[in-house]
Design a protein around this ligand. Sequence first.
Ligand SMILES: [Zn+2]
Length: 412
Amino acid sequence: MNLEIDQDSLTAEIEELAAISEADPPVVTRIVFSPTDLKARAWLIARCEKARLAVRQDAIGNIFARWEGSEPNAPAVGTGSHIDAIPNAGKYDGVVGVLGGLEAIRSLQRCGFRPKQSIELLMFTSEEPTRFGIGCLGSRLLSGTMTPDAARKLVDKEDASLEEVRRKAGFVEPLEDVELGSVYYKAFVELHIEQGPLLEQRKIPLGIVTSIAAPASFRFSIEGAGGHAGAVLMPERRDALCAASELILAIEDAAKASGAIDTVATVGICNVFPGAVNSIPSRVSLTLDIRDTDLARRDTVMRAIEAARDAIATKRYVSIGEELVNADAPSQCAPEVVEALGQACAKHHFASMKMVSRAYHDSLFMSRIAPVAMLFVPCFKGYSHRPDEFASPEDIARGALVLAETLASLAS
Ligand SMILES: [Zn+2]
C-alpha cells in the first residue's frame, strides 16, 4: 500500500473552509447553526460526496460520511472532529481532524485499499460551548452522556431554544434518534492540533493521546457579615473575603498535594459584595474549575477542598455554600487504538510521544461508547482559539498520513 497525502489540496481545503467565516480573515468565527455554519456544512458535505462517501445527518446535525466496507454490518471505524469555531478563532482547531480525516480516506481510496469495516468520517455539532453554554453537544447526545430532555432545556443568549434553532436549520427528527449505542463503532480516532506547546518544544511531530482530562466546575458562595470598615473591630469580624482567600489557598494546596502533575485547580472568578473600600465584604462568590485525568484522584482532591471549606466556615463564623455546575469524567484511551497509532508512526519512521489531552474533545464523549484515542500534531507556540493559531501543512499532512494508516489497520 503506497499511501500518499495530497498536502496541497488538504491545505487549500483548510483555507477554503477558513474563508467561510463570520469575521474577516484571518479570523474565523463559525457559531453553530448560524448561516455561516450552515454554509460550511454544505461545503463539507459536497466535499464528502465528491469523495463518493454516503452522507447522512442526524437530528442534532452531526454529519456522518461513510465509506462502506466489505462487511457493511460490522461495527464501523470512525474518525472526525468539529468545524464550529468560537468568536475570534483560527483555522485549525477541529478542522484539521475533519479535513485531515477526509484526506486520509481519499488517500486510502487512491491507493486501492478496500476496508472490511466501514470507515466513517464524523463532523460533530457544536463542540464549542459558544451558543448553548455547553460544549460537545453532538458527541454528548451520540454517546448518551446527555439526555434529549436535558438538551431540550438548552437556550441560547437570545433565548431561542436548541429545539427551535435546530429545526430552523432543518434538523427536525426527534433527538431520541441521535444516540448510537456501544456496538456502532469498533474504534474512533480523532486527529487534532495539540493546543499546547509540548510537541513544538520537544520537536516531536506527533503526539499519541493516552488519556483525556476532564473538568468539574463548582460555585462557592460565602456569607459573612458586612459593616463599617472603621466601626467593626477585628475580633468581631466575619469577613467573607478573608474566608474566601483562605479557601482559594486551600484549593491550591489540595491540588498540589494530589501528587500528580495532571491535577489542576483554578479559581477564575471572585465577586465581592458590596465591593466598597470602606465596607467589610459580606458576601463573596467564587468559581472553581478542577481537572484531572483520573476521576478518583479528582474526587479525592475535591473532598480535601470540602474539608477545608468546613474548617474555614467554622473558624470564621461564615457559611459557605457549594454548588456543582458541571462535571465530566476523564477518560483513558483504549490501548488497542493507542497501539495502532504507535505502529502507524513506527511504520513511517515518525517520532511520536505519548501525552495527555488537557483540553477535552468530542473523543472524551465518544470514549463512553467506543474504544478511542487521539493523535496530536504540533501547533505554533501552542496557540489555539485565536486568529494566529497555526499548524504547518507538513505537520498536518503527516498527521493525516498516520491517521490513514491507523484507519486502514483498524478496518482490516
Ligand atoms: Zn477542537
